[in-house]
Design a protein. Sequence first.
Length: 536
Amino acid sequence: LDSKASQKSMLHPKPKGLMLQYGTAGFRTTAKHLDHVMFRMGLLATLRSRKTKSTIGVMVTASHNPEEDNGLKLIDPMGEMVTPSWEGYATQLANAEQEVLCSALKDIIEKETINMSETASVFVGRDTRPSSQRLSQAVLDGVSCLGGQIQDYGLVTTPQLHYMVRCRNTHGCYGTDTLQGYYQKLSQAFIELTKNARNHTDDQKRLLVDGANGIGALKVRELEACLQSELQMVLFNDGSNGKLNYLCGADYVKVQQKPPQGINMGAGERCCSFDGDADRIVYYYNDSDGSFHLLDGDKIATLISTYLKELLTQAGLNLQIAVVQTAYANGSSTQYLEDIMKVTVSCTKTGVKHLHHAAQKFDIGVYFEANGHGTVLQLSEFIRLKASVDEKKHAAKLLENTINLINQATGDAISDMLVIEAVLAIRGMTVQEWDSIYTDLPNRQLTVKVADRRMIDTADAERRAVTPAGLQDSIDALVKKYTKARAFVRPSGTEDLVRVYAEAETQESADVLAHEVSLAVYHMAGGVGEKPKPLK
Ligand code: G16
């Protein structure tokens, strides 16, 4: 085994001295530097499979990053992100120099007492980046090197691969581990739900979809055939002539607070954008004055949790709903959820793995990052559909179909889109009515380049900077100058930069505050390149 692994690994050499870290959602960097990481993660996934006696997933994607980047996400048995202790192994293995690779592998085998004669099974998928096919081949090499069985799904969205892993490890209870199985489960639930729609005219069934020129575009096309025209999607940025994530996609729309290029929006038309691997979604529309309105992950969490809360009450089920957010959640959303909706709100660090874990603690955990990444957990476990009264029966049936529509393995743009469309249809709600549930506080996100972003360490779910000394005091002093203001900074775990978030009573204040905080980061945390400029 030793000689095979080291021989094979020579074909996937590690650039000497290159150090990478398993970040917010796996490894991410320029595609050029990832071949050895892919091979080694194939090895690691095989070990993880033997350890858990389950199928493990490896998704080759860099999601919202530019097309030249790539990356990898490891998926644990229930379809969730890999457990943190194995993130550590992933980093160790990725950074081991060639000569010590075998001993690094052995270390893990010993620490985890892995029986190498167990069978191993790994599911692999990839996004549409030009580098993804070659890199996923390196993953496959790693898996076969350690004798693992492979199922290569080829082009799939990240959440589809999470779904397949969950289906396989629950032996079909969750669904069938094929693309057809995925489309059928979701579309059947959607069609059942929309039978309860109010005034479901063709106009209301129309949705403009920005596919970010990525995998999501390919996959909604496949889904479309199963939806029996209950949703009429008009697809933009389908990859036929644009670059992945370039001036389009969920991240662009959320951060820039403007529509993607390449979309023709009529006033009041409901639109949504996926990100590069279709695990995030945001909605938006232009009003009759031409102003842009964004409905981000916070608005989605509010819509879904309000709907679920009502259904639970109607079905006579007394269950605790909680919403999990991050520091990026708009202050108005948190206030609305706590004060008006009376649901428990919890805040975690950025990264779906943190939100997912926190949501598992509640009867029903709705988790969404403001950037549109989220889902609902535990639905099936607690809801017993034994209602006897007619009204209760009806609510119970709606709940059952809603459960089938939600991808509980991870946040899923396609599944979330169908849930949102079904809820709007059932409630007879327009996008404007949904938007008016509460009004966002104006906010601004910026990024700052620094020499080493690890200089910034944070605490309190990333709401406070602990290092460098004095930075938080400066931020506090700046925030004090504005009404209803809040700001924080954190190192990104997917890109080599520091993120800055600010919100305040007016857009002008939010913009100025974000700029001032960026300058504080630039001066106190080793900014490089040009000094941040004020927003126009
Ligand atoms: C990933 C994570 C998200 C996170 C985002 C940004 O998204 O899955 O949970 O919010 O990165 O992370 P950071 O601010 O640390 O760069 P995606 O869609 O890129 O996989």
